[in-house]
Structures are given as structure tokens and as C-alpha cells.
Design a protein around this ligand. Sequence first.
Ligand code: PLP
Length: 357
Amino acid sequence: MSIVVKPLDADKRGTCPAEFSFGATFSDHMFSQDYEKGKGWFNAEVSPYHALTLDPSAAVLHYSQEIFEGLKAYRNQQGNINLFRPFENFKRFNRSAKRMVMPEVDEQFHLQALKALIELDHAWVPTQQGSSLYIRPTMIATSAKLGLGASANYTHYIIVGPAGAYFQGGFNPISVYIADKYRRAVAGGVGEAKTGGNYAASLYASEEVAQLGYSQVLWLDAVEGRFIEEVGAMNICFVYDNKRIVTPSLSGSILPGITRDSILKLAPTLGYEVSEERLDVNQIVADIASGKITECFGCGTAAVISPVGKLCLTGKDYIINNNQSGAVSKHLYDVLTGIQYGTVADPFGWIEEIVVK
Ligand SMILES: *Cc1c(COP(=O)(O)O)cnc(C)c1O
């Protein structure tokens, strides 16, 4: 299927502003296409960024039949643009689509659509150190009907906007509160899918822990409230004795992060051991108290690696590495971001380069 490009006139186009706030500034154009049951995908186009028109009864607004992705494009030293493992995002998009009974998007075509958008809006990929272009592929159910059931119509779109360096005030640790009352997801549910409802359901707990002075919620499994799953919208890793990196095994309710997967593949090549295990929260806090756990960090596309300095379990704070960021976290952060920006060799073939014309 071909993509129709309807660019703004050159004199109406913007460039990346010097100041922007994450997720609130978007580029000049967007990609979109529509789907109808029996007909498939049609209307693929890159057109000026615009508001959507939805019937008030549109399925997405009532029953949250919706999925999204999050990835980034990085300006490399040649002035071209690096995408990091985009096929992993497109594959996950399709897994989320399947789970939410939505149509899949051909992964090659998804990349072609993203490239067409970024080639047109390349001036929106910021050049400041540590900045990037955040990419948000989304799919929503658009059928106008309140009857509960999978929609017959969908819109898939991609919007992009500049994202500043995540660590403005340095690579500083966050404080985390282990959720005791609330659960994020249950095995058999939709925790593995990047679907809106999971995030709406997490807001109440986030607000509560913010009032207590913590910046993120750590989620436990929903069956026993005992096994560690994720931190906020990031996966979580613990470092034992400065050399062994441990992360919860994918339980069916954990979102399988691409950053998590990249760390599991990269860390052994840097001399670390890695393992995926069921992690009992009581054992984890005991290992922090005894000093066996030397670092803890969250990982995800937004921050790449976010050190955790403090974990609170039922009112008691456990301090990790003196509430400082650690050497292992920094090492992984430097190598992973180096690969993304093209300053460190990419032995894995993770980078998909877009040449700016
Ligand atoms: C997106 C997301 C992650 C991180 O995934 P990445 O692919 O590494 O960005 C982790 N947990 C949740 C709940 C997420 O939504």
C-alpha cells in the first residue's frame, strides 16, 4: 500500500523549538490510516498534524479498545537519525493489537510509515545533547456503537515530538513506594499489552505515593502481593555484588520492555551476569539491608535507566547505595545511550538509520 504525502507549504513548517516540554510539543505532520472490517487498511497518509473527529459513541471512548507504543529517534554525529530496535516496538504493537482484538499492522509497512513521517519532519529531531524525538504510534477503535464488542473500524496514527534530556539535574536516584493496597495487572489480564486502561488504573496509586513524597510506585503481583513486577511504567533490575543483574521473569502481567531486553543482551558482553527470576519482595528488602544488593534501577525508553535510591515497604525505607546512583547503572546507561546516538559500536544491529536528504 502506498502512502500519500500531503506536506504543509515550506513557509508554514516549523522546526524544533529551543524550549519544549515532553509530550506537549508535536511536529508539523502525522501519519494516519484507517481500517474497516472486510476492507482492511486504507487512507494511508502523512498529513499536517490535526485533531481527530470521533463520534461521541466511538468504542475507544467507552471501552478503551486502544493500544500505543513509545520509541525514540536520536540525532547521530553525521546529522542523520537513528531509530533503536523499531521492529521490536512494531512487533509488540501487534501483540497488543491481538490481545485487544484489533487488526495488526504489517511491521515493514509500519517502519515505512514512520520513515516517511520522519523524513518530512527531520528538522524536529533535536540536536541538544541527550535529547531525542519521541514517537507515539497509536491505534483506536472508532466504530460508533455502544454495544460491547470488538469495533469494526480503527484508526492507526503516529505522532512525534521532541523530548529533552531526561536527567536535567544529573543522573539522580528516584524514591519508590511499594504498592500495598493497589495492583497494576494480573496474569491472564492485559498487563503485557500497552493499552490505555492499564495506565488510567495506575494513576490513583501514583497520586497517593506522590503525597507521601515518593516519585514512583513499585507494583507487586496481584495474586499474592509478594513478587516484584515493575516500577511505574518501567521494568526493574537489582544489582547484586556490583556484578549480577537480576530482573523479574516475565510473568504474564509484566510489560516486556525493549530496554529490559536490551540490558539482558548487552550486560553479559560487558562482563556482568544476568538472570530473570521470581523476586520475593521480602527477600529483596533483606538483601538491600544486608548490602548484597548494591544498586537498583528502573529501565524503559523514556529514561533508559533510572537509578532507585530508596524503596519503602509498609512504612519502612530501605536505602540503596547511600541513595546515590551506582557505577553499574551508569555503565549500562552510557553504553546503551552510546549505541542509540551512534557514538558506541552497535554489534547487535539494533540501529535503523534514516539518512536526512
Ligand atoms: C513501555 C513500558 C515499559 C518499558 O518498555 P520499553 O520498551 O523499554 O520502553 C515497562 N513497563 C510498562 C508498564 C510500560 O508501559
